[in-house]
Design a protein around this ligand. Structure first.
Ligand code: G1P
Length: 296
């Protein structure tokens, strides 16, 4: 079973400035929770028990968010504010541990994942979740990450989650090459190539890696040998492509929606999607939308 997940959160979030100047971009709020909490909830729902944050000295707010705040809890308890107290105590279940380790230099996503090696070890498979991407699996009985874990366990192959993107956007993503086109949502198939941020004319497909990976511990020695690639950074995509030639790697096509919270419109769309169905604010938010839609 895959029980460990690595969340690289050390990046400065320059695309989110000025919002991310003094708070981590992962702490920006979607309705009533920070982005990172949605990502941790997605991992926990798929059975993850150890969340490993690969972080930076400026990102202490993320660790604080998942830690117990004793004084705040005592104050809420004394005032009888049980709803708020429950919301704080339920941020993560008691059996889920948050562990952090630093990435002291911004050498790329591959390097960030490699920083987790002393905690994950070379023998266990693990998940990687990029917290810029929110995966919305509303209404599904099992989330995409859990579907991917099942595909890993059945095939024994590393998995990368993909979705179709517009051809003109392929230069922003890792792009996979499949044996045959037409991979159905919820299905997984072996891939024959993977390239990081290709030029539009060089992209082998329009299936983009959207920030969820399941990898064996064997990726670590490969990462340790991976030279800088696109953007002069150590790329996880390059290491996964080497792993593919050794043991095979599969692409899992997601069923849900994604919101790229690494930029402003992605946040706004995520806020719309989550606010509209929020149990407490959904109805009034819909009224707000109607009122604003009527304005010229
Ligand atoms: C990273 C990965 C890329 C992936 C993307 C998903 O890129 O390197 O392969 O497609 O995340 O969001 P970044 O967005 O960090 O440049």
């Amino acid at each position: 079973m895959i029980r460990k997940a690595v969340l690289p959160v050390a990046g400065f979030g320059t695309r989110c400035l000025p919002a991310s100047k003094a708070i981590p971009k992962e702490m920006i709020t979607i309705v009533d929770k920070p982005v990172i909490q949605y990502v941790v909830e997605e991992a926990v729902e798929a059975g993850i028990k150890e969340i490993i944050l690969v972080t930076h000295s400026s990102k202490g707010a993320i660790e604080n968010h998942f830690d117990k705040h004793f004084e705040l809890e005592s104050t809420l308890e004394a005032k009888g504010k049980t709803d708020l107290l429950d919301a704080l105590r339920n941020i993560i279940p008691d059996d889920v541990k948050i562990i952090s380790i630093r990435q002291s230099e911004p050498l790329g996503l591959g390097h960030a994942v490699l920083c987790a090696r002393p905690i994950v070890g070379d023998d266990d498979p693990f998940a990687v979740l990029l917290p810029d991407v929110l995966v919305d699996d509303d209404g599904m009985s099992r989330n995409d990450l859990a579907g991917m874990i099942e595909a890993y366990e059945t095939s024994g192959q590393a998995q990368v989650m993909v979705e179709n993107v517009a051809r003109e956007l392929v230069y922003k993503y890792g792009i996979v090459e499949l044996d045959e086109p037409g991979l159905e949502p919820g299905k997984s198939t072996s891939l024959i190539g993977m390239v990081e941020k290709p030029a539009v004319e060089d992209a082998p497909s329009t299936l983009a890696v959207i920030g969820r990976y399941l990898l064996p511990g064997a990726i670590f020695p490969i990462l340790a040998q991976t030279p800088p690639g696109a953007g002069d950074e150590i790329q996880l995509t390059d290491a996964i492509d080497s792993l593919r030639s050794e043991t095979g790697v599969s692409a899992y096509r997601m069923q849900g929606e994604t919101y790229d919270c690494g930029h402003q419109l992605g946040y706004l769309e995520a806020i719309l999607a989550f606010a509209k169905r929020h149990p407490k604010y959904g109805t009034e938010f819909d009224d707000l939308l109607t009122r604003y839609a009527a304005r010229t």
